[in-house]
Design a protein around this ligand. Structure first.
Ligand code: GDP
Length: 291
């Protein structure tokens, strides 16, 4: 992807090249738009390769690698733990090793961003490569970040998808698990900017990215259903299937380091995020109704 006829990089400097794993995911798509807007040439990796003639990528010398590829759903990690570990932990290790040996062979600096969070094994690999090999490698520990592009099995998107369909009369019920759980929910579009900022500092480090505000799933229901003039209690039913074997009841991040060092702060607050997601899923539901 390249900017639309808009050569925003400085003429004397070669255009920066970034490699993004997980480019088709929520964060990958926002990050790519953001980097293209900054004049980067962006290359991405996707999972499926059938019917897809992947070209050799030996000629690509990215300046920055963003490892966003993951099995990121908590409930799914209980169902397929070995696959999750392979992708999240070993996948990160393979990429770090590729970056390290590429730098040893070519003498070029490549900066590495690891989507961290609770994937702690990948986290320590990143720290280890930074300390042992002097790699410019950073962990972003991002609290929950949502958007209209969030996967539909995450609770926020599950709610707004169902709400849109309820509003236009395509369904009546929504089944949820623990609605007393609370999360620090930010907007994915804001969070990819923090990823980029981490790679633009003098020294590599790890950062927590969060809004520092926590809301329960129930509050998400109140705001979203209320926004469309509905009462969530008329539609939501609790289903044991959606409770987790182990649950983190409350999550609230402290992003003071990112705020101070990166001069980063979230632009989209809770209500705005909820409304953005509801608006888009209402439009989707209207289109579904016509079909
Ligand atoms: P997580 O924080 O990475 O697990 O993100 P999720 O969006 O999957 O879950 C956020 C919270 O919503 C967790 O505390 C879940 O237990 C809770 N939750 C309640 N009902 C549901 C549900 O039906 N689906 C999901 N995915 N989460 C639910």
């Amino acid at each position: 992807a390249t900017p639309n006829g808009n050569d925003s990089h400085i003429a004397s400097e070669p255009r920066k090249v970034a490699l993004v794993t997980g480019i088709t995911g929520q964060d990958g798509s926002y990050l790519t738009e953001f980097l293209v807007g900054k004049g980067y040439e962006v290359h991405g990796l996707i999972r499926r390769s059938s019917n897809y003639n992947t070209q050799r990528i030996n000629h690509i010398y990215p300046d920055e690698v963003y490892n966003l590829a993951a099995q990121s759903h908590v409930a799914v990690s209980f169902e397929i733990p070995d696959y999750t570990a392979d992708v999240v932990a070993t996948g990160a290790l393979r990429l770090l090793e590729a970056v390290r040996s590429h730098m040893a062979d070519n003498g070029r600096t490549v900066k590495y961003y690891q989507a961290g969070s609770s994937e702690m094994l990948a986290h320590w690999y990143t720290v280890n490569y930074r300390e042992a090999y002097g790699l410019y490698a950073c962990n972003g520990i991002l609290f929950n970040h949502e958007s209209p592009r969030r996967g539909e099995n995450f609770v926020t998107r599950k709610i707004t998808r169902a709400l849109g369909r309820i509003k236009v009369g395509l369904q009546t019920k929504l089944f949820l698990g623990n609605i007393q759980a609370s999360r620090d929910w930010g907007f994915a579009g804001d969070y990819v900017e923090a990823m980029w900022l981490m790679l633009q500092q003098e020294k590599p480090d790890d950062y927590v990215v969060a809004t520092e505000e926590s809301h329960t799933v129930e509050e998400f229901l109140e705001v979203s259903f209320g926004y469309l003039g509905l009462n969530w209690k008329d539609h939501v039913e609790i289903d044991k299937r959606y409770f987790r074997p182990t649950e983190v009841d409350n999550l609230k991040g402290d992003a003071s380091k990112a705020k101070e060092m990166l001069k980063w702060k979230p632009k989209v607050g809770f209500e705005k995020l909820v409304k953005m997601m509801v608006d888009e899923d209402l439009e989707t539901a209207k289109r579904e109704k016509v079909l």
